[in-house]
Ligand binder design. Structure first.
Ligand SMILES: Cc1cc2nc3c(=O)[nH]c(=O)nc-3n(C[C@H](O)[C@H](O)[C@H](O)COP(=O)(O)O)c2cc1C
Length: 355
């Protein structure tokens, strides 16, 4: 199946629903930020702005990498970029493989730069492309959207479950290390919903990448999405894998702890982030920004642009309130505030030496 059709199918499956993690929503329920009845600041003085990789965002939020590659997704990208532009937050485009292989599709991605000339845009390619593209092709992805950074996604579970997947990851780390030396934008390495472990984080840091998006388990499950496609295509072996691995992965809060326990690289937290309080919890754990993918997309597709905007505006307000109630003027102060980790998250944090 052509890449562009596959991407459209992914969007439709996510819109229909039922492909999210059920057993975990990221483990943020085990993180308690401590209420301070004497915040000693005024709500209006809370500063939500942050600096991410040298770029000022109005709040530590990204719309995570999702789409591009056909007319329908061009419209989605236009809307997502307009949202990011209006709110002063960052945005990633989906895998640009479709447009690298068929340049006539480039406008379905570059539309984001047209409507949002000044936002932080993250380009996107997969580990699989890294193995076969030369550096000039990779630079085309950056130029296509005038990207401020390039994300390389690691998706071994998705590739293994996808009927036409390519679960080939040998040599990816070396390619990543080479890429950081030959490209002049920061490289962000991200998962797509199964999380980044501390072992991977150490290797990524040694490879010289600039930031990590943990994209942990808690929201969109790529095993479930590919399982749904496998079922439709009657590829029952793939469907079986999805049934067993639909809940596989490192919960998002855990992945932040894993990565933060071994590196000081900037961290984006995605994977089941539903509101601004969870972004605040992610930052208190050590992340530098939160990102939302499936939840924003569903709001946009089901209820339209204004509702999607309301959802993000509310999320930023919730983040601001969490700062106020913990007595934090900004994200730096929030990171230093006392927090309590409960249950399995506390146990995990102890085992990796985070606590
Ligand atoms: C429809 C859809 C398409 C996606 N496509 C990509 C992609 O092309 N590249 C990528 O790195 N991640 C992709 N992702 C993964 C997201 O960027 C994100 O890491 C993941 O969905 C976890 O966030 P969520 O739980 O908020 O959805 C996609 C997610 C969705 C929902």
């Amino acid at each position: 199946m052509e890449v562009k059709n596959r991407k459209a199918e992914h969007i439709n499956i996510v819109k229909k629903g039922g492909v999210e993690y059920k057993e975990t929503s990221g483990w943020f329920e085990y993180v308690y930020l401590i209420h301070q009845a004497l915040p000693e600041i005024d709500l209006q003085d809370v500063d939500t702005t942050v600096n991410f990789l040298g770029f000022k965002l109005s709040a530590p939020f990204f719309i995570d990498s999702m789409t591009g590659g056909n007319e329908e997704t061009k419209e989605i990208n236009r809307n997502l970029a307009t949202l990011a532009h209006e709110l002063g937050i960052g945005m990633g485009v989906g895998s640009q493989r479709a447009a690298i292989e068929d340049p006539s599709l480039a406008d379905t991605y570059s539309v984001v730069r047209e409507v949002a000339p000044d936002i932080f845009i993250i380009g996107n390619l997969g580990a699989a492309q890294l193995l076969v593209y030369d550096v000039d092709k990779i630079k085309k992805a950056v130029e296509m959207v005038k990207a401020n950074a390039l994300a390389i996604h690691l998706n071994p579970l998705q590739e293994a479950v996808q009927p036409e997947g390519e679960p080939k990851f040998k040599g990816v780390l070396q390619k990543l290390s080479d890429l950081t030396k030959s490209i002049n934008v920061p490289i962000i390495v991200k998962e797509v919903g199964s999380g980044i472990s501390k072992e991977v984080a150490i290797n990524l840091k040694l490879a010289g990448i600039s930031a990590i998006n943990v994209a942990g388990a808690g929201g969109t499950s790529w095993a479930k999405i590919e399982g749904e496609r496998a079922k439709r295509a009657k590829k029952m072996e793939n469907y079986n894998l999805a049934e067993v691995f639909g809940e596989w992965g490192i919960p998002t809060a855990v992945s932040i702890i894993e990565v933060r326990s071994v590196t000081d690289l900037p961290i984006i937290a995605s994977g089941g982030i539903k509101n601004g309080l969870e972004v605040a919890k992610a930052i208190a754990l050590g992340a530098d920004a939160g990102a939302m993918a499936g939840s924003v997309l569903k709001e946009l597709l089901k209820n339209g642009y204004e509702k999607a905007k309301e959802y993000l505006v509310n999320s930023i307000n919730e983040y601001r309130l969490a700062l106020f109630l913990t007595g934090s003027k900004n994200a730096q102060e929030l990171k230093r505030k006392r927090k309590v980790l409960l249950g399995p998250l506390a146990e995990w944090a102890r085992q990796v030496g985070y606590l």
